[in-house]
Design a protein around this ligand. Sequence first.
Ligand SMILES: NC(=O)c1ccc[n+]([C@@H]2O[C@H](COP(=O)([O-])OP(=O)(O)OC[C@H]3O[C@@H](n4cnc5c(N)ncnc54)[C@H](OP(=O)(O)O)[C@@H]3O)[C@@H](O)[C@H]2O)c1
Length: 265
Amino acid sequence: MVYGFIGLGNMAGAILRGMAGSGNFSCDTLCGFNRSPEKTQNLAQEIGLVPCESAKEVAEKADVLVLGVKPQMLPEVLEPIKGAIHPDKLVVTIAAGKGFSFYASYFGENVPLVRVMPNICAQVLCSASAVCPNAACRPEQVELVRAMFRSVGEVYDIPEAQFSAFSALGGASGAFVQMYIDALSSAGVKAGLSRALAQKIACQATLGAAKLCQETGEHPMALVDKVTSPGGTTIEGVHVLKKQGFESAVIEAVNAIIEKDRRLG
Ligand SMILES: NC(=O)c1ccc[n+]([C@@H]2O[C@H](COP(=O)([O-])OP(=O)(O)OC[C@H]3O[C@@H](n4cnc5c(N)ncnc54)[C@H](OP(=O)(O)O)[C@@H]3O)[C@@H](O)[C@H]2O)c1
């Protein structure tokens, strides 16, 4: 089984590193092509990726073809390779905002295609990736794609109609978390900690809290209850966040992303 990647940027590079590092995919089955040759050369040196001379060569060699370019580059990439894409290939796309009908206009509806929405945390093997197959996919093909993306984090089966909601929650929310870490670090600096130490503490506290919620499966507010002793200090901070509209700010931010995504789609 040959896995071919067209576009070897941040996301495709992270997926390839994850696949190679997992030990479940032999490096000589991973090939790719990128517009600027340095990224292909770097991955060839780093993980043993087999370099290709063109997108067409990748499309011809691959059993599983991964489209790793930006959505606006897709027409330029798909037009010259569409003749090489037939129903015995499996196409995987990570491009945001392009639905099945867009790809069907190039390959028809009989080519198995899986839409995947990973996030940038794939770089540290902690992506939350949504997976959605078209009607031409067989169950074992979907499982193969799940296995690829499990090598860079968690995988969720999400219907195409919910991709906008997933993108906001699983992808864009990463920016909110970074903003929260920055604000927490600044609060630490205000309280006299060095910026570097405050950031380390903010990262670890955020990571730990997420892990606690994930591993216990408890409702987050039950965990808040456990750390707010009556008349204590933490409840003072929780009260201020509630008064300042913390929850509605987050909900409105997610809504704004979903609405914009739908307008663009
Ligand atoms: N980054 C994220 O957080 C994220 C999350 C979810 C989904 N995605 C999706 O992932 C895809 C890639 O995003 P990215 O962040 O990895 O972007 P990126 O780092 O810019 O990677 C895109 C790569 O495609 C290459 N490329 C452009 N045109 C090409 C062509 N005609 N033939 C071959 N290679 C070509 C670019 O080469 P050059 O080196 O020449 O520029 C670049 O290396 C996008 O569709 C995006 O929607 C990204």
